[in-house]
Design a protein around this ligand. Structure first.
Ligand code: SAH
Ligand code: SF4
Length: 387
């Protein structure tokens, strides 16, 4: 089916310009070489065939790039030297540039990664407090269009979506920083063991690239992270939640933050389009929910706004019957924000009501505060310094 839009030339131009503005850079570098990172398996195969090589080379390259994490063709020991050289003339194995790399006292580590067009995003590694592992928090967009009132990223103008290469690239570059690729003896890495899509941007507003990146990361012959180790956080883009559930099956986190539409309309403006009742219904449809895999509800505790005992009881009522856990996040203030974090007493009372109803409700103590490791803050600090 084709749809004809009756647009004036000026309108068409405006839309095209806007779309181009949002699009990530192509995988071809200014010098004509092509970046192999971020291609699907099929696309990699096409590149290899167009290059005149047999299909098994695509499999080899995939293994070296995503399983071994090599950045140079010269390190690919199963490929003969003349071919390594030919490959290097035509292709690159891209990584974002590390613009800044900060380590917090609590070992949270925050990278600012810069891409070829000089746009930058944050990626944060959050080590588990008890065990020798941790989560990598990836960004999906430069900035965000959704303007949630408590979120610093929402105040930044959206420059653009990230490409699949840039999303996978954040994880690969974080692994580089920790030397976390399998050793030749076959030991598998442990530190960077989970992924949360909770950095800058709304992943479901950049679904195609996020989905492609996650498929690359989950591929069993590469990084091979299980879908159970990946959590996608959304402010509630309902139609795309259904799609992500069907196609990716990763864990779902929903940024709820309020239990009444009037307040959520204000805090998360997307609620005007996708209100709470429909959002919870979409959660009930999410496939992992029927497999007893818990959905995480994120709830920023804002003093005097959403943190009463009545709110807690309403939250329990809303999620009744869903396998769920509730992450209570103390609001992390930033210069110019109009909210205050809830008191520790209010947090405790709220958590107790949720726990009593049978849901885990960990209170997320802020991590990496000394390096501003909360949603969008380093990026903005850097931008402000540059102005
Ligand atoms: N756009 C997606 C994912 C990125 S936001 C979403 O909204 O779910 C990731 C998380 O950071 C969200 O739960 C958001 O509520 C939280 N966050 C944003 N600003 C914050 C702040 N100032 N203090 C604490 N958490 C914040
Ligand atoms: Fe965007 Fe999420 Fe921040 Fe809202 S909370 S502005 S959706 S990044």
């Amino acid at each position: 089916m084709s749809v004809t839009l009756d647009l004036t030339a000026a309108e068409r131009e405006r839309i095209l310009a806007k779309a181009a503005h949002f699009s990530p850079p192509p995988h071809i570098l200014p010098d004509g070489r092509r970046d192999l990172v971020g291609l699907s398996r099929e696309e990699l195969l096409e590149e290899v065939e167009a290059f005149g090589e047999k299909p098994f080379r695509a499999k080899q390259l995939w293994h070296w790039i995503y399983h071994q994490g090599v950045r140079e063709f010269s390190a690919m020991s199963s490929i003969a030297k003349p071919l390594q050289e030919k490959l290097a003339e035509r292709f690159v194995i891209g990584r974002p540039e590390v613009a800044t790399d900060q380590l917090s006292k609590d070992q949270t580590r925050k990278f600012l990664f810069r891409f070829r067009d000089h746009e930058a995003v944050e990626t944060v590694y959050i080590p588990d407090r008890q065990e020798d592992r941790g989560a990598v928090c990836l960004s999906s967009q430069v900035g965000c269009t959704l303007s949630c009132r408590f979120c610093h990223t929402g105040t930044q103008r959206l420059a653009r979506n990230l490409s699949a290469a840039e999303i996978v690239g954040q994880f690969m570059a974080a692994r580089d920083a920790y030397g976390e690729w399998p050793s030749p003896r076959g030991e598998t890495p442990r530190l960077l063991s989970t992924i949360v899509l909770m950095g800058m941007g709304e992943p479901l507003y950049n679904y195609e690239n996020v989905a492609k990146a996650m498929k690359i990361i989950m591929d069993g012959e590469g990084i091979a992270l299980s879908r159970r180790r990946i959590t996608l956080s959304t402010s509630g883009v309902i139609p795309m939640m259904d799609r992500a559930g069907e196609e990716l099956g990763v864990n779902l986190a929903v940024s709820l933050h309020a239990v009444r539409d009037d307040l959520r309309d204000e805090l998360v403006p997307l609620n005007r389009k996708y209100p709470i009742k429909e959002l919870i219904e979409a959660c009930r449809r999410y496939p992992s929910a029927s497999n007893a895999r818990r959905i995480t509800f994120e709830y920023i505790m804002l003093k005097g706004l959403n943190d009463t005992e009545a709110d807690a009881h309403e939250l329990v009522r809303l999620i009744a019957g869903l396998p769920a856990k509730v992450n209570l996040i103390p609001f992390n203030p930033w210069p110019g924000s109009n909210y205050e974090p809830s008191t520790p007493q209010a947090l405790k009372k709220f958590a107790a009501i949720i726990t009593q109803a049978g849901y885990a409700s960990p209170i997320r103590t802020p991590r990496g505060q000394d390096i501003l490791a909360a949603c969008g803050q380093l990026k903005s600090a850097v931008e402000q310094a540059a102005q």
